[in-house]
Structure formats: C-alpha cells, structure tokens
Design a protein around this ligand. Sequence first.
Ligand code: NI
Length: 177
Amino acid sequence: MAVREIIEVPDPRLREKSAPVDAIDDEVRSLVSDMFETMYAAPGIGLAAIQVAEPRRVVVIDLQDPEVEGGEPVRRPRAFINPEIVWASDRTVPYNEGCLSIPEQYAEVDRPDRVRARWTDLEGQVREEEMDGLLCVCLQHEIDHLDGVLFTDRLSRLKREMVMKKLAKYRAANKAA
Ligand code: NI
C-alpha cells in the first residue's frame, strides 16, 4: 500500500473520461488499497481513481462517521468498480460539497436526493443498492469524476468564479507560509 499524490485543478487529467475496468485483478486490488490509504491520509470520504492519475472507473468511499469507538472513527471502506446510476429521484437536495482536487473549497451543489446505483465489488459481484444521504451525494460526486466532471461545473458561473478565486488565495497563502 502507498499514499499516492492527489492531482488538483487545473490538471487536465481531471477532465479525462475514465475507462471501464474489465477484470478485478491484482493491479485493480492494489490500486484500490492505495486509494483507500490516500483518502484516509488526505483525509477525505471519497476518491476517484483519476484523482491519483489513473483513468479507470474505480471509486472508494468511507463516510467515517458519525460513530466513534475508542476515539477513532469507525472505518467502513467501500470500493465501487464501474459504478453507474441506474435511477435518480426527481427531487434534489443541496449539499455543501468539497473535493480533494479543489483543496479547502466548499459550495452547495444540488443533486438527486435518492439514487439506485449499480457497480461491481472487489469479488467481481455485480451489486445494486438504493441509497440516500451522504453516501448518495458522495457516490454521485465520485462518478462525476469518472466522466471528467467536477462539482464546480455544477455551480452557477458566479459561484464557480468565487470558488476559483478563493482557491487561488488559499494557494498563495499556503505558498507564503
Ligand atoms: Ni472530488
């Protein structure tokens, strides 16, 4: 296992469309374990393979809350290979999203509040599940990454420009420090 470098905007690779995984082999398993390690180290609750510069349709998620045992959040790692949304509710809800590739920036994004997702798990089984809440938001955000879409694309132009301005400020401040 290894922590990999997370690529950030405006890296053009974040705009690539990721390719489907056709077999769960050792390479995919090792990519998944590196992705978990990278996500926990960041820390974050979700990561798409393209964020570690691997254009493959692989997503890892661990919401890591709200239960805490012995001072440590309970880990529930979930890997989604070739995930897709097969149904989405008409009703949308706003959620204050962030992204490890757009560090320290957050904005409210509207997405369907309930979806049915299909994916392949690490044992090669095709799974389907209806989900809501944070998992629903997070998986939609990560699937967007597989299609080269960032949460800022789903904001109004004005809000997007505000986020990018704040990001530039944040980076300048961090460089100076
Ligand atoms: Ni993201």
